[in-house]
Design a protein around this ligand. Structure first.
Ligand code: EPU
Length: 331
């Protein structure tokens, strides 16, 4: 991130009025004490879940370069690890797999950094990062250290307390995780078992490789085609609504949520509207996974937002369900 250019996986050319990178908590505290962290500001991670609506962000962008993976304690069954917010998420997953620690492998290859993982509650293949987090360490806008227990983070599907507007004054500096030393796998989601086939024995590296293979077959590489992974969250609807739709679309996929609710894959609905593989200007709905919007080259944030609006409208018209971006829009 040199020259005020802000890296983002959509490949948008965006600059910021000021960019502040810090390597430890004291550097962040100093920026705050020197009055450099003034509104408007944006604390960002790897830029893999942001849509900049303009080519210039007229404020201060803060980015953590706090690194380090440190075992804080362990016993016969578990290991407790403290990880810097600026570590690349997938490097941490690779580290866990190398050390024989179970729990993070289904989250292989998710782009972004460790700090943002705890804000966004990243998830894939039946695992969410909230399942592994014990505490989240932050520094607030006054330079005070503030520790959040997992239950204080109010984790939900792709959501946490840190996404609330009034919580943007807390900057995640470290995330503490609990991994298991006891061999266990979560293989029931989607096509994992099919991909694994008859291979035996099942090992952590094998599960990681399988997840990577599945992701690479569905998700475009941002270095080739700008994107931010799933653009929309999957809507959670009442069972009544779901049953009405099922009568109309008997092959509709869904996931159980609780006694009253089910989750419907937005990617499936978008495909039904006919948007899959279609473009609007230089933005397109990815042809292999309709939940992903891509930059065909030279798109602006506004182009991608316009496509998002058009897709949402058509899903709403056809299914009577409002879908919402998972990606954060930055004005
Ligand atoms: N589907 C279609 N057409 C499409 C896309 C999907 O019919 O174009 C159907 C699939 O056949 C399947 C269902 O929709 O029956 C779900 O698809 P998939 O398993 O690909 O997952 P998803 O719901 O589209 C979610 C997460 C992904 C995560 C995968 C696997 C969200 C918003 N997205 O996608 O997370 O990798 O499940 O667990 O929950 C991300 O957040 O950036 C992300 C990639």
């Amino acid at each position: 991130m040199g020259d005020g250019l802000i890296y983002n996986t959509f490949g948008l050319k965006v600059t910021a009025a000021r960019l502040l990178e810090y390597h430890n908590e004291d550097e962040l505290r100093n920026f705050i004490a020197e009055g450099k962290v003034q509104s408007p500001f944006l604390h960002m991670g790897g830029g893999s879940n942001l849509l900049f609506l303009h080519n210039r962000y007229e404020g201060t962008v803060l980015h953590s370069q706090i690194k380090g993976i440190e075992v804080t304690s362990e016993n016969d069954t578990d290991v407790f690890v403290r990880v810097g917010a600026g570590e690349v998420w997938d490097d941490f997953v690779a580290f866990c797999v190398q050390h024989g620690w179970y729990g993070a492998e289904n989250l292989s290859l998710i782009p972004g950094e460790v700090g943002a993982s705890a804000v966004q509650n990243i998830g894939a293949y039946g695992v969410e990062v909230k399942d592994l987090i014990t505490t989240v360490e932050t520094i607030d806008i006054n330079g005070q250290k503030c520790l959040f227990q997992q239950e204080d983070c109010k984790y939900a599907y792709r959501n946490s307390v840190f996404k609330r507007p009034e919580m943007k004054v807390y900057f995640v500096t470290y995330v503490n995780f609990k991994l298991s030393k006891v061999e266990h796998y979560q293989l029931d989601y989607g096509t994992i078992r099919k991909e694994l086939g008859d291979t035996s024995p099942i090992t952590l590296p094998l599960v990681r490789q399988t997840i990577i293979k599945i992701r690479q077959s569905k998700l475009p590489d941002p270095k080739v085609l700008g994107n931010a992974g799933s653009f929309f969250t999957n809507p959670i609807v009442s069972r009544e609504k779901w049953q009405n739709l099922l009568a109309q679309y008997p092959n509709m996929p869904y996931y159980e949520v609780d006694e009253q609710h089910v989750k419907i894959p937005a990617g499936w609905m978008i495909e039904q509207t006919g948007w899959k593989g279609k473009s609007l200007g230089k933005a397109a709905v990815y042809d292999k996974q309709a939940l992903i919007l891509v930059n065909l080259g030279g798109a602006t944030g506004a182009d991608i937002a316009a496509l998002s609006d058009a897709v949402c409208q058509d899903v709403s018209k056809q299914f009577g369900i409002d879908i919402h971006p998972e990606v954060n829009f930055i004005d």
